[in-house]
Design a protein around this ligand. Structure first.
Ligand SMILES: [Zn+2]
Ligand SMILES: [Zn+2]
Length: 274
């Protein structure tokens, strides 16, 4: 018999069949013995995926539209790119941010808000990995502009991290670094001042609460590196900006912000209202 590789042999075919059968059986076992509802709509989950959200809810996340500010990624509905001119929001025309670019996967509304709460408060790692795949796709659509040397999560203050036991941004940045085949540096940045306890912060308070609140860890090497900075939500951009300033001061060449979601109804950090 020519060839005789295991995939065409009787044993190989049998093994493949068994494997397919086992996959089917394991799905069935999971749904019989661990009947779980989608954590968003409560539809019974029938696949053995470890992401506790159904396919319909995952598909319902509203993607950030295609026309965005070239720097901060803010959607700019109704605007068109003028030949030879970058499309910039008023904040970026004022050079507000210290990061070179920021991009997000989804608009912070509807089901994605609940998904991010699950990530944040229940440490659902498979969901972090699912979002990391979406962020990888996002990076690949603008590969040259978003190219980086290292992936860094936005850090929590150490007391907050001790309370929670993990940093939700690292649940995204770690699998993202793996997919992009970049080094992951979870301890490169640190938050030196905690967020105020107040639940709702005004726009000014948001900027004030993060100004100078981050620093690079002594001895960490960022010189001349392009840093991919990862967080769950971009609200005003103040946090990414404060982290980017700390990284740039330590010698980073550029900082690219990447978040799962972004709030679009928030006013801009300039006086111009939209
Ligand atoms: Zn669902
Ligand atoms: Zn902008």
């Amino acid at each position: 018999m020519a060839g005789g590789s295991s995939s065409t042999s009787v044993a190989g075919v049998w093994r493949q069949g068994v494997r397919a059968l086992l996959a089917e059986v394991s799905d069935a076992i999971v749904s019989v013995f661990f009947p779980a509802g989608c954590r968003i709509c409560e539809t019974l989950l029938t696949s053995a995926s470890r992401v506790p959200i159904c396919a319909d809810c995952l598909a319902s996340f509203a993607r950030v539209p295609a026309i965005v500010c070239e720097i901060c990624g803010r959607p700019l509905p109704g605007l068109a790119r003028k030949e030879g001119e970058p499309l910039l929001c008023p904040a970026c025309q004022d050079r507000t941010y210290a990061f070179e670019k920021a991009r997000s996967f989804a608009v912070y509304e509807g089901a994605v808000v609940r998904a991010i709460l699950l990530l944040k408060f229940e440490q659902i790692e498979p969901l972090g990995a699912w979002f990391a795949e979406r962020l990888t796709e996002l990076v690949n659509t603008e590969a040259a502009a978003l190219a980086a040397d290292v992936v860094v999560p936005v850090p929590l203050h150490r007391e907050r991290q001790r309370e929670r036991g993990y940093n939700q941004a690292a649940l995204l940045s770690k699998p993202l670094a793996k997919k992009l085949r970049l080094p992951h540096k979870a301890v490169l940045l640190m938050r030196t001042r905690a967020r105020p306890d107040k639940q709702v912060l005004s726009l000014e308070e948001r900027w004030e609460s993060v100004r100078g609140a981050f620093a690079t860890r002594p001895g960490s090497q960022v010189d001349n590196l392009r840093v991919l900075l990862v967080d769950d939500v971009l609200t005003t951009g103040a946090t990414l900006d404060a982290c980017a300033r700390a990284l740039r001061e330590a010698g980073a060449k550029a900082v690219i912000g990447l978040t799962v979601a972004r709030a679009v109804r928030n006013p801009l950090p300039s006086s111009i209202e939209w």
